[in-house]
Design a protein around this ligand. Sequence first.
Ligand SMILES: [Zn+2]
Ligand SMILES: [Zn+2]
Length: 266
Amino acid sequence: MKLNFCSLSSGSSGNCYYLGNEFHGILIDAGISATSIRKFLKNMDISMQTIMGVLISHNHTDHIKGLEVLTRKNNLPAFTTNKIWQSILSPRNNISRDCIREIPLMQKFHLAGFDIEAFPVCHDAPETIGFHICAGEKKITIATDLGHICQTAAPYIKAANLLVIESNYDEQMLVNGSYPHFLKARIQSDHGHLGNHQTSAFLADNIGENLSNICLAHLSINNNTPELVLQSLQQTFAERGIALNCNHQISILNRNMPTDMIKLGE
Ligand SMILES: [Zn+2]
Ligand SMILES: [Zn+2]
């Protein structure tokens, strides 16, 4: 089975990911403008007609900015939990009510040839979910906004062949940076974001044979750099005597432009 993944944009200014098989595709989050999403897909020769829906992780703007237009102009069905819909829908936005699809937590549903399961993660929104997506033998897990990896989320993250996981901030940059105290505390809390060392330590403790692709996502513009993310990962693995070898393809997702397509199946 042909299976392609790419990030169109990843970070605190906008998140949108694409996953496609030979027939169809889905988007995960719509945190950049619908115009940018259409443009990026077109540049990759992906027709908007093949996109069967968008999965929404939570109500923060960096995940739903383009949602209104995608539902209005492209009539694209959008999938998230009842609680997240309640936190998104308001008289101020103009999301097409015809495109609203409610999904349960931790129960598989089928879309575009994928079996998808939403699992809860800890983050400071009314509810936030990650997605575990099965396509034939391959498993993809996407968890981009979480303050820590709780016991419910961990098995979904460990089971992935392709993992998209947050590595939001360098701990030193955040502590020494100019953010006000309350914001630093919020980011570092169990309901904020994952720091580089937290993500590296979890990966070093849990990396298995099954994990072939690690995509480090949702980097902060002010408190992180791709170099620091990589350094943290290399250092943590070296300290524990674990080889970060060619069995694991590591990508650090760009903040403002699409990454190269990752091909998982043929
Ligand atoms: Zn976010
Ligand atoms: Zn968020």
